[in-house]
Design a binder for this molecule. Sequence first.
Ligand SMILES: Nc1nc2c(ncn2[C@@H]2O[C@H](COP(=O)(O)OP(=O)(O)OP(=O)(O)O)[C@@H](O)[C@H]2O)c(=O)[nH]1
Ligand SMILES: [Mg+2]
Length: 554
Amino acid sequence: MTSSQHKFLPATRILLECLGDTIDAFSMASLKRQLSAATALLAENPPIDVAVLGQFKAGKSSLLNSLIDRDVLPVGAIPVTTVVTRLQYGATERALIRHFDGHVTAAPLSSVGDYTSEAKNPGNGKKVEIVDIELPSLMRLPGLRLVDTPGLGSVFKYHQSTSANWLPSVGTALLAVSSDRPLSENDLNLIRELSAYTPNIVLLLTKADLLSEAQQKEVIVFFSETLKRELRRTLPVYLYSIKDQTGQYRKVIEEDICQTLCANRNEEFLRILNHKTRSLAASCMGYLRIALQASHTADQNRANLHSRILDEKVNEGLMREELGIMAREHQRRTRPLIENYLAPFLSPLTKTVREKLERELPSWSGNLWKLSRRYESWVSETLSEEMRRISKTEQRHFLGTLQKAHAGFSRSLEAFRKSLSDNIENVLGTKLKPVEWKIDVVEPDSPDISFTKTFDIHLDLIWFLIPMFLFRKVFERHFLQGLPKEVEINLSRLAFQWEKSINIAIDTMFRQAVSYVSEELATVEAQITRTRGQTENIKQAVLRIENMINSSPA
Ligand SMILES: Nc1nc2c(ncn2[C@@H]2O[C@H](COP(=O)(O)OP(=O)(O)OP(=O)(O)O)[C@@H](O)[C@H]2O)c(=O)[nH]1
Ligand SMILES: [Mg+2]
């Protein structure tokens, strides 16, 4: 192997490994055979397989017998060859019968037909994978293996598939075309297929003895024109006959094809391996392009689904805004509503408390300081008691805005879910399972009502200067006059405390409603995007292979 060839080998090896990974990752089953043929060549560095291929009865086995000058391979007027048979140099002549189950037996050359002919091994009942024949005379073709293959196009479909399966291993292809059937559509298809596996394809016009010299020339021109027209390429054409001028034909083939290959065996081997690898890469890229297109389409469909299912009617931001406006609107109305309910209590309550105080006052004794403390604690207890009572009896009226907000939230959520459900049904044809979105109304407990000191009197600081027997009436009046203000302040505080509790409850409902919406949207969105496209992975694989192709020998 020359140093320049060595230089290319690692690039081919890396490309082949990368192709192996890609073929596995993208399940390209149809390329596995081609991959393993190329990988085996790289790993085993076997002789170059010079294979004779073609339609049944083209004279393939006869030609090979003629080349080795021995009648080893079975021939006949009906489809014969049923097993791929390789001929190469060996110190002693023998045949090795390799079975599919891995076991190998040696056999005399005379019995080769027992395994490779349809007559003696019908339908390959003997389960022979390949027959290797070793001949001392093939020393003249070192590094080569001549390969006989079952014919294509016969009634024995098995022959066809045996050859087709072996095809990826071909080194140089000699396509045998019989003079009585010059170049059929099948031959053209075979050339197309072979082009993926080898750069070396040669046409052999067999049974040349059946044609006059003029006819031979005519056929050769026909070959060249057909190939140009159908395949846009030319191929070398050689003649052969086992009946006429055999020695001459054999000499040309041996020298032009076999000896040339032998002389450049390593370069040729790498050229063939590189050809197989690049052609495998091209097939792999073809599939990747399909995958990429499919993935693009899937991405677009997904994006399309996404926008049709999650359209503006089921937009999370808008829902949040709508629910927020609703919450604030009801919260704004809470205070006036409560105050409205409490307003009628002001004067009867003032009156009741005043009468109570008037009844109480005469029994209070002591100096101004004591009197003031007594008044304070009396007002505190009495009003707290009253506030609690009002709170209890009127509570259900205070909850008005809470209930309205609840109804509003429920209606909005219902409309939202209906839009989402309709979208899903229109786009995917499947219904969203109805769920009960229940907004809990957490009714606030009665607020903590306690009297805080509002009795603003500084006189009690100088109680020891004031003679109570003179001023008691004045202070009693003062206490009674202060009552309406105390009642008003307490009612207002009660309204404030209820407002606070109710608006907190509205906030809680708002948050619950928003979280229903956002969780539902997140769930639906996850389902739509779950089967994420492979687009990025595929693009990476395409890039990787393209780079490697560019850095491996052309
Ligand atoms: N006239 C003439 N007949 C030939 C020549 N070569 C082969 N034949 C005949 O063609 C027939 C088929 O030959 P085979 O060698 O068995 O052909 P094959 O291509 O191996 O056939 P399969 O193994 O069935 O695909 C036999 O009857 C041969 O005698 C030739 O050069 N000239
Ligand atoms: Mg044959």
